[in-house]
Design a protein around this ligand. Structure first.
Ligand SMILES: C[S@@+](CC[C@H](N)C(=O)[O-])C[C@H]1O[C@@H](n2cnc3c(N)ncnc32)[C@H](O)[C@@H]1O
Length: 336
C-alpha cells in the first residue's frame, strides 16, 4: 500500500475541518452576524431573524470559540473587531484578515506543523510562528479579547464552586499566577468582600485584564494586576496563591520547576491548583485536549494522581481536594 502525498494529506486536513467557513457563511446569510453588530441577546437574535433558538445558540457559541463574538455579563453578545469584518461586503477582506490576523487562524496554521512537531517534540505553535503562544498575543490586534473571550462563560460554574470551597481568613490577599482575565480570582473576591487580589501575568495580558476588571463593580478597588514572568520570579507576600489552567500548558520538568518556585516563594506557602483532570473529564475531551495542548504549548492534561504527584515532587503536601464539576479538579497544597 502506498502512503498519501503531503499535498493530499494537507487537503484531508482542510476538508476535515470545513466548519469555520460554513459557520461564517451561515452567520452572514441568515442575518445573524448583522444582529450582533451591537450588544444583543440570543432571544433578540432568534426573534429578529426568525430562526430556531437552539441553532442560534449553538452557532453563536461556535463563533465565540472562533473569537468572532464576545460576551459580557453572561448574556450580552456582540461581534469582536475580527467578527465585525463579516459585515464588510467584501468577503476577501474577511478571509484576508482571518488569514493574517486572527488568533484562531494562527492556531489553525500552527497545526500544519504537526508532522515536524511529532518528529521533534517542539510545539507546533513555536515551529509555525517562532514564538510562544502567549507571547504572541498582541495587544493591538484583538488577539487578547479573542483568546480570553470564552474563558468566563466556560468556567462560570466551576469558579462559583471554587469560591464556596476555598477556606481563607477574612482580610487575606490571594495572588493568581498566570491569571488571564482572572475569572477564578474574581469569583472568589466577589463572594468574599473582605479579600483582595493580585492577578499576575505577562504585560499585555495584565493590561487587557485590568481594563476588564475596571468594568466589574463587585471586585473594583480590590484587585490589581502585576506584570511578571512567573517562570523567572514569583511575587512574595500572598496569603494564598492560585494557579488555574497553567500546568496544562507545561511539560513535566517545567511544571515541576514552576511549582517548586511557588513552594519557595515564602516560608509557608498555601497554593490552590485548578486543572481539568484527565480522570474526571469526558474521554473524548481529554483526547482532543491532549493533542491540542501538545501542539500549542507542549503540555498535556494530567490525572488527579499525577497532579498530586508533581505537587509533592515540588515540595508540597496535598491537604484537601474537590471536584468543581465538568472534569475540573481543585487541589489545596501546603509547602512542607
Ligand atoms: C491557559 S491560560 C489560563 C488563564 C487563567 N488562569 C484561566 O484559568 O483561565 C495560561 C495563562 O498563563 C499565562 N502565562 C504564560 N506564560 C507566562 C509567564 N511566563 N508569566 C506569567 N504568565 C504566563 C498566559 O498569559 C495565560 O494567561
Amino acid at each position: 500500500m502506498t502512503t498519501a502525498s503531503p499535498e493530499l494529506a494537507a487537503e484531508w486536513a482542510e476538508r476535515m475541518n470545513p466548519l469555520p467557513g460554513h459557520a461564517v457563511r451561515a452567520a452572514v446569510s441568515t442575518g445573524l452576524a448583522e444582529q450582533l453588530d451591537t450588544w444583543t441577546t440570543l432571544t433578540s437574535i432568534h426573534r429578529a431573524i426568525d430562526a430556531d433558538p437552539t441553532a442560534v445558540r449553538v452557532l453563536v457559541e461556535y463563533l465565540e470559540s472562533l473569537g468572532l463574538v464576545e460576551r459580557e455579563g453572561g448574556t450580552k453578545l456582540r461581534l469582536t473587531p475580527a467578527g465585525r469584518l463579516m459585515l464588510v461586503s467584501d468577503p476577501y477582506g474577511f478571509a484576508q484578515h482571518w488569514h493574517t490576523n486572527s488568533f484562531a487562524h494562527r492556531i489553525e496554521a500552527a497545526f500544519a506543523q504537526l508532522e515536524e512537531s511529532v518528529r521533534t517534540g517542539t510545539p507546533c505553535y513555536e515551529l509555525a510562528h517562532r514564538t510562544n503562544l502567549y507571547r504572541d498575543l498582541r495587544p493591538d490586534s484583538g488577539h487578547l479579547a479573542e483568546a480570553f473571550s470564552s474563558a468566563k462563560s466556560l468556567t462560570q460554574h466551576s469558579a462559583r464552586r471554587l469560591a464556596e470551597w476555598i477556606d481563607i481568613p477574612e482580610g487575606s490577599t490571594i495572588t493568581e499566577l498566570g491569571c488571564g482575565v482572572g475569572q477564578y480570582l474574581c469569583a472568589v473576591l466577589s463572594a468574599r468582600p473582605s479579600l483582595t487580589g493580585v492577578g499576575v501575568d505577562l504585560p499585555a495580558v495584565v493590561a487587557h485584564a485590568e481594563s476588564d476588571w475596571a468594568t466589574q463593580d463587585d471586585v473594583q478597588g480590590r484587585i490589581r494586576g502585576m506584570a511578571c514572568d512567573i517562570f523567572e520570579d514569583v511575587p512574595t507576600g500572598a496569603d494564598l496563591y492560585l494557579l488555574c489552567n497553567v500546568l496544562v500548558d507545561l511539560p513535566e520538568q517545567r511544571a515541576t520547576a514552576l511549582l517548586g518556585r511557588v513552594a519557595r516563594a515564602d516560608d509557608e506557602v498555601r497554593l490552590v491548583v485548578v486543572e481539568l483532570a484527565s480522570d474526571l473529564a469526558p474521554p473524548a475531551l481529554v483526547t482532543h485536549m491532549n493533542l491540542h495542548q501538545f501542539a500549542m504549548t507542549g503540555g498535556r492534561l494530567r490525572s488527579s494522581g499525577e497532579l498530586r504527584a508533581i505537587g509533592e515532587l515540588a515540595g508540597f503536601a496535598c491537604v484537601d481536594e474537590t471536584a468543581l464539576g465538568g472534569g475540573i479538579l481543585a487541589l489545596s497544597l501546603l509547602s512542607s
